[in-house]
Design a protein. Structure first.
Length: 123
């Protein structure tokens, strides 16, 4: 007789229960032609999951991976609609205001070495 190992089956990933207002909001995001494509695609994934479509079928319909669909659903379950909107990072560094620049000049930086010379030239 063969030794069988127990198979761990994960629970089927589904989006949390969505009320009518949230459903209308998702539909509005999907039907609106403007806005981010990322937001549109994430809203589509959430809505399809709310309608009972399995993760593999959602991935096939939305042309993305099964793992990505699971991530979108998990993020929506924890963060709600905030998870639908992309959080871009990077770009131009922060510009300092004039008072901030004056303040940074007054306080010496601990990482910057002292400008005084321990051994003066010609000594």
């Amino acid at each position: 007789m063969r030794d069988r190992h127990p198979v761990l089956v994960t629970e089927r990933v589904r989006v949390r229960q969505i009320d009518e207002d949230e459903g209308r909001r998702l539909l509005r995001i999907i039907r609106r032609g403007t806005g981010s494509v990322v937001t549109w695609r994430r809203a589509q994934v959430v809505l399809l999951s709310a309608q009972g479509m399995p993760v593999a079928k959602i991935a096939e319909v939305s042309f993305t991976s099964v793992d990505r669909v699971r991530d979108v659903i998990h993020n929506f379950n924890t963060d709600g609609f905030d998870s639908l909107y992309p959080k871009y990072k990077g770009g131009r560094p922060k510009t300092f205001t004039l008072p901030e620049r004056r303040e940074s000049r007054r306080s010496p930086s601990p990482s910057r070495p002292s400008t005084t010379c321990r051994f003066p030239p010609g000594a």
